[in-house]
Design a protein around this ligand. Structure first.
Ligand code: PBE
Length: 267
């Protein structure tokens, strides 16, 4: 394939996701930082729309560039690759952290302890995401917890059960966070909590925890993806550290495309 014509074939368009996603902010930034991307545009829309467009392009072996991330089932379903990002505008290795509101440790020591201990691998999250393609997230999370009783025992060891205490978790709408959020919801319910889990945009998620409207979140992608929100609110949240390491964000293309780097794209 001739990379010189690629821009024209793609109408100089990168297929993006929701305007409020951290990924979208990084992609906008990427278009500004790479001189060779002058004239290229980011088509903002939805994750579902991006996945449909990606699937159609692959069915027809046509070129496409999307903003993508790991963990995600798209890498299991299709042969895809990340474009190299020499300016690191999409960051390097990303982590997913757990944050809590100020005072949660004193108010709900049991929940705080479990939130603080919770940590899993990309493969665990992928398992829930993949299972949730067939059953509900509740059921997928339940299945994962049943299969990983050893981890559950570690996270809940010595933690006192409560009797219907309310806790509010806030999350984001993507499958990655629907997985972690639902696993935590069920885990806390098993400990006697009355849990609400609300998906919102990343900006609102940080704001809710900083304003103590929500108790905790397992959804921040750091240090880069949600870095600007984190910076803004870091004095008003408790960072409980990583709950998952080895996440990634970037421009993603099918393997059959003859480009390797963002710098291969021509204006
Ligand atoms: N994501 C999935 C989100 C975070 C989780 C990478 C699409 C984003 O804010 O970009």
């Amino acid at each position: 394939e001739d990379t010189a014509n690629l821009g024209e074939e793609l109408n100089y368009t990168i297929t993006g996701i929701e305007p409020g996603a951290g990924t979208t902010e990084l992609a906008r930034n990427t278009l500004e930082e790479y001189e060779n991307l002058e004239g290229w545009e980011l088509q903002e829309g939805s994750t579902a729309g991006m996945l449909t467009t990606l699937g159609e392009a692959i069915d027809n072996e046509e070129p496409i560039i999307v903003t993508g991330w790991t963990p995600h089932w798209m890498f299991a379903s299709y042969d895809l690759k990340y474009l190299e990002d020499p300016k690191e505008t999409f960051g390097g290795a990303e982590n997913i952290n757990t944050i809590a509101r100020l005072g949660l440790e004193e108010d709900m020591p049991s929940a705080y302890k479990i939130l603080d201990r919770f940590q899993w691998e990309p493969e665990d999250m992928e398992e829930v995401m993949l299972n949730a393609q067939d059953v509900s997230f509740e059921e997928a999370a339940q299945n994962w917890l049943e299969d990983n009783q050893d981890k559950v025992d570690e996270w809940t060891e010595g933690v006192e059960k409560v009797d219907g205490k309310q806790i509010e978790l806030v999350s984001t709408p993507w499958d990655t966070e629907r997985s972690s959020g639902t696993v935590m919801k069920i885990l806390l319910e098993q400990q006697g909590f009355d849990v609400t889990l609300t998906p919102v945009d990343p900006a609102i998620m940080f704001q809710a925890v900083a304003n103590a409207e929500a108790d905790a979140s397992l959804a921040p992608w750091l240090p880069i993806t949600h870095g600007s929100f984190y910076e803004k609110h870091k004095d008003n949240i408790i960072d409980l550290g990583e709950n998952l390491t080895g996440a990634k964000i970037g421009m993603v293309v099918p393997e059959y495309m003859d480009i390797d780097s963002i710098e291969d794209l021509q204006p």
